[in-house]
Write a protein that binds this ligand. Structure first.
Ligand code: NAP
Length: 334
């Protein structure tokens, strides 16, 4: 979609979320008219920030919709050129597996069905590195990129329900797209950091806060793959605008050790009491993952396809600093 066609209408599901808010912001900046779905338009804590975005007054319309309620989705996607499906619960722990499996999988089915019925030209789904990275059978020397899939049976056995949910939801979307001839693009971001637009603390921002304040202790040598939320939003939009875009995009700027993350943050914010964690041996990189992972080393990260789509990533230290500044501004860190 070129700028001269700037009056095009698009829909973003789960518009008040961390990533979706940035997609909405960038879409409005580019002149799009945006239909944003939210579960409760009157909840200012969750969607008040959307109404403040430049251009929102004229070109953002919020629709009350739950992805589990097919009929609520249809009016939001009706008349849209493209739909960005981001809505999905993202937490580490759920009371029951269905708390994430059902909204992820059935929610995706409902959105895809509505898109098919309403003849939407392009659907961009926010999947996750959770659907790409976790396979204990993958050879150590293999580069991880969008050709990789998480081993869902292994994750199911280990009760890693978020990983199962994201993988199954994405597979559901591909199956549906193929059967119905729908044009689907999928963005698979790893840990997403960067400035918050919303006032609440989303799960990935909370992870960084906990690492910095020392209440979460990943092994210093373990790697965390990360990407800036502004680049993630850009990838979603370019997946629609770039006619040549195709398939999955593993959206990762780089993989960095927790030791280096803390070092950078401490240098920039010496007044913050960052704990060093040396010697602590929690091997998790945060997502409670299956298998032997201690994170993916930098040289095994394959981000060529997304680099070509978006033209390069925001430097990771900038991402970290902007996240911390934003979290502090909202009072979640001293
Ligand atoms: N942040 C990351 O590091 C990361 C990495 C990879 C992939 N992702 C994916 O990115 C997407 C957005 O995540 P986020 O980090 O932006 O999290 P977030 O801020 O918690 O946003 C999640 C959004 O999903 C909505 N939602 C949940 N269940 C819904 C339902 N049944 N019907 C409609 N909306 C529903 C939430 O709406 P309410 O406000 O009404 O609760 C919220 O707007 C998710 O698909 C997540 O799996 C995130």
């Amino acid at each position: 979609m070129a700028m001269e066609e700037s009056k095009k209408v698009v829909c973003v599901t789960g518009a008040g979320g961390f990533i979706a808010s940035w997609i909405v912001k960038q879409l409005l900046e580019k002149g799009y008219t945006v239909h944003g779905t939210v579960r409760d338009p009157s909840n200012n804590a969750k969607c008040g920030h959307l109404k403040q975005l430049p251009g929102a007054g004229e070109r953002l319309k919020l629709f009350k919709a739950d992805v589990l309620d097919y009929d609520s989705i249809v009016p939001a996607v009706r008349g849209c050129e493209a739909v960005f499906h981001t809505a999905c619960p993202f937490f580490w722990k759920f009371d029951t597996p269905d708390d994430v499996l059902v909204p992820a999988i059935t929610g995706t089915e409902n959105v895809m069905r509505a898109c098919s019925e309403e003849k939407i030209k392009r659907v961009v789904m926010t999947s996750s590195g959770a659907a790409v990275m976790f396979d204990p059978d993958r050879p150590e020397d293999k580069v991880v990129d969008e050709r990789c899939w998480t081993n869902v049976d292994h994750c199911r056995k280990n009760e890693r329900w978020y990983l199962v949910a994201k993988t199954e939801a994405e597979k559901t979307a591909w199956k549906f797209a193929e059967e119905k001839g729908l044009k689907l693009l999928v963005v698979c971001p790893v840990y997403v950091f960067g400035p918050l637009l919303q006032q609440t603390l989303n799960t990935s921002s909370e992870y960084l806060k906990e690492v910095v304040e020392g209440s979460r202790n990943p092994s210093p040598s373990s790697y965390i793959p990360l990407v800036d939320v502004r680049d993630v939003a850009k990838a979603h939009i370019l997946a629609v605008e770039n006619e040549a875009a195709l398939g999955r995009y593993f959206c990762v700027a780089l993989s960095v050790s927790h030791r280096d993350v803390l070092k950078s943050v401490k240098e920039k914010f010496p007044e913050l009491r960052c704990c060093a964690h040396e010697g602590v041996s929690e091997t998790s990189i945060g997502i409670p993952h299956a298998g032997r992972y201690d994170g993916i080393p930098p040289e095994k990260i394959g981000n060529k396809k997304t680099t070509e789509l978006i033209g390069g990533f925001i430097p990771y230290e900038q991402t970290l600093f902007d996240t911390i500044a934003s979290i502090r501004e909202r009072g979640f860190l001293p």
